[in-house]
Design a protein around this ligand. Structure first.
Ligand code: SAM
Length: 220
């Protein structure tokens, strides 16, 4: 699958995309919206890169969460490859100060090396055809000491029924082109470690693997 195919797969209206995403989060990832928003709200800065921002609805929740937690405001660049998703992000982020929204491919970021302090990839690494390329690129554009928060949907685990439901949703997502594939936990950890990231924190809830990683201050 290539980035153009994914962009075509993500061409639904934003309201349907948001509703579908909520159902997928609960039935496929089997995670909760509040803990997931909280996880991403913990990683942010005034030089932030939001990779694969989608319609911007999740980022908007993360920004509200940061305000409630009295954390410094998030500012920076939000990008995605699908034009119809980006239209929602443009509409939402124009209400906020200090944001640029643009079309780019996560595996070929058009930004200078070491230009961001933090980056988030929310609900999207498993939808990016060249996931290894995207990890390499986010490593390049983060400054040394910069941090990345990411979550990835795992190969379904848990009880028989919930596993069956998550498996059906994953197969449907792959047929539709909105999911490349679910991953194994070790595979994802390895993807980041092999690129040079240090893993600071991980947590698994349902089929959702959340990872907070850091680009080391100096390479050994
Ligand atoms: C499930 S959505 C998640 C969007 C958003 N982060 C959220 O949590 O609602 C996955 C997103 O990844 C984007 N995407 C897939 N491949 C991409 C690529 N190569 N470069 C940039 N965005 C990509 C899709 O267009 C889609 O908006």
């Amino acid at each position: 699958m290539d980035a153009e195919k994914v962009a075509r797969a993500y061409s639904s209206p934003n309201w349907w995309y948001d509703l579908r995403g909520f159902l997928i989060l609960h039935l496929s990832y089997r995670d909760g919206l509040v803990p997931l928003v909280n996880f991403f709200a913990s990683n942010g800065s005034a030089r932030h890169l939001e990779i694969a921002v989608g319609s911007g609805s999740f980022l908007e929740l993360v920004m509200v969460c940061r305000k409630l937690q009295r954390r410094p405001a998030l500012r920076g660049v939000a990008m995605d490859y699908a034009p119809s998703m980006l239209s929602g992000a443009v509409r939402r982020l124009k209400r906020e100060h200090g944001w640029t929204v643009e079309r780019a491919d996560a595996a070929h970021l058009p930004y200078a090396s070491e230009s961001f302090e933090t980056a988030n990839i929310a609900n999207a690494l498993h939808s990016i055809p060249d996931a290894a390329g995207a990890v390499a690129e986010v490593y390049r554009v983060l400054r040394p000491g910069g941090t990345l928060a990411v979550n990835v949907v795992l190969v379904p685990r848990g009880g028989k029924i919930s596993r069956w439901i998550a498996d059906r949703i994953a197969r449907w997502g792959m047929r539709k082109g909105i999911l490349v594939r679910p991953y194994e936990e070790n595979e994802i950890r390895q993807l980041f470690v092999s690129r040079g990231f240090e893993v600071l924190k991980t947590r698994i809830r349902g089929n959702d693997y959340c990872l907070l990683a850091q680009k080391p201050l100096c390479r050994s």
